[in-house]
Design a protein around this ligand. Structure first.
Ligand code: ATP
Ligand code: MG
Length: 406
């Protein structure tokens, strides 16, 4: 029997449907990685009486209680106070936390409202969990052989705190010894059905597939994954770009950094999305030189030097223009590699010869230029994402061939 674990997510916005409750899904998935699962989940609004009742009920049943939200400075944030009162543990200001909050405001150069210091209040005997991404620390309380963990509401604050402080404690104290392990392989450039067909059966493990935008996740769950992993890697080869939370742009930035190479992009239909994705990755400045968003024909001529005759003869959405964009981008930026996109995102603007969804993706390398043609039948945003995915994957595969990691 594993320890009973419950989750309470708080926030009136969750009950009104304004915010999707992503904590449930995130926390449940993280628990699964250490062989644990939630036994119950409750959502309550920002109402002290409701919250108090929910916490009291959960504590009567569970060994571990996780609660999210309501640790902030505003009037609707009441989790800390409700828990302190319920457990009979007085709140006292922790001066180290108060100083950290003051320092955060000082560094940002904004005046600090006195109310934010509420976030430095800690119930007696509680441990504060540092929050480098916000002001409110998390709180962990051992109470009558129960562990209660209060976590901040904003996902970008909750996630690192959960991974750094909460998951290791849960793993050490509650994870079953012979638990099944879960691994997720991330696949690009193959449809979900093709992935499934290629892998076939995987004896001894539970196999799952999940189609995401522009990629497929293959999940295996079992006690011994080695054989299944061998089979999956043999079936999918270089289509596997990573594992777990890996993102394609991160993989590409890492590859470029390892090879000591640089990239620039010339984007028409993706409107800067490839540059955006690459620059979301820490360390991008070492490998990303420039992005040209050349949406109009004029800008393709002026910023990249695409010849007006090429545009007139073949049209902006053509293999020839894509090639010219990629090569000019590489030349003008001085990068080792250049990516280019030109296409028709729709829903208007298609013709019988050049239908909506048509896209050309160019990759210029020091020795050659390749242009792929795809038909992406999606809404505009999905179209852009798929195009950026194909472009990044073209570069990933090129780097895989030319700069194999030692
Ligand atoms: P803050 O200091 O920002 O007020 P907090 O700990 O008080 O933090 P909340 O006020 O409950 O947290 O929520 C802050 C933000 O996080 C809101 O934008 C809220 O919609 C979002 N959020 C809270 N809970 C969830 C959840 N379960 N899933 C997704 N987003 C959430
Ligand atoms: Mg709040």
């Amino acid at each position: 029997m594993s320890a009973r674990i419950e989750l309470i997510t708080t926030g009136t916005e969750l009950l009104l449907g304004f915010t999707l409750n992503t904590h449930l899904n995130y926390i449940a998935q993280k628990l699964a990685t250490i062989g644990l699962r939630l036994d119950r989940h409750t959502t309550v609004g920002d109402d002290p009486a409701e919250l108090r009742a929910a916490i009291a009920e959960a504590l009567a049943r569970c060994r571990v209680l996780l609660a999210t939200g309501g640790l902030g400075p505003t009037a609707d944030d009441c989790t800390r106070e409700v828990v302190a009162e319920l457990l009979g543990r007085p709140l006292a200001r922790d001066e180290t936390i108060a100083d950290a909050i003051r320092e955060r405001f000082r560094r940002r150069g904004i005046a600090m409202p006195e109310s934010v210091l509420r976030q430095a209040l800690v119930p007696a005997g509680a441990q504060a969990l540092p929050n480098p991404h916000g002001t409110a620390p998390g709180l962990a309380i051992e109470h009558e052989n129960k562990l209660i963990v209060l976590l901040p509401g904003p996902p970008r604050e909750l996630k690192p705190m959960f991974e750094q402080y909460v998951l290791p404690v849960l793993e050490q104290n509650f994870a079953p010894a012979d638990r099944p392990v879960c691994r997720v392989f991330k696949v690009v450039g193959l449809a979900e059905s093709v992935v499934e067909e290629r892998i076939g059966a995987a004896p001894g493990v539970e196999l799952g597939f999940c189609a995401r935008m522009g990629e497929v996740e293959v999940r295996i769950l079992g006690k011994n994954l080695a054989e299944a992993e061998r089979k999956i890697r043999a079936a999918l080869g270089p289509h596997i770009f990573g594992e777990g939370d890996d993102r394609l742009e991160e993989v590409v930035v890492k590859q470029l950094a390892a090879a000591g190479k640089t990239v620039a992009v010339a984007e028409s239909c993706t409107g800067g999305l490839i540059a955006h994705r690459l620059t979301n990755v820490s360390g991008a400045s070492r490998v990303f030189l420039a992005g040209y968003v050349t949406y109009s024909n004029e800008s393709k001529v002026e910023l990249l030097g695409v010849r007006p005759e090429t545009l007139a003869r073949h049209g902006a959405v053509s293999e020839e223009v894509c090639r010219a964009m990629a090569e000019a981008c590489r030349r003008r930026s001085g990068a080792d590699f250049a990516l280019a996109t030109t296409g028709i995102a729709g829903p208007t603007g298609g013709t019988p010869e050049k239908p909506v969804g048509l896209v050309y993706i160019g990759l210029a390398t020091p020795t050659r230029t390749e242009v792929q043609r795809h038909l992406l039948l999606f809404d505009r945003e999905t179209f852009k994402f798929f195009a950026s995915q194909y472009a990044l994957d073209a570069l990933r595969r090129e780097l895989l061939k030319s700069h194999r990691p030692a």
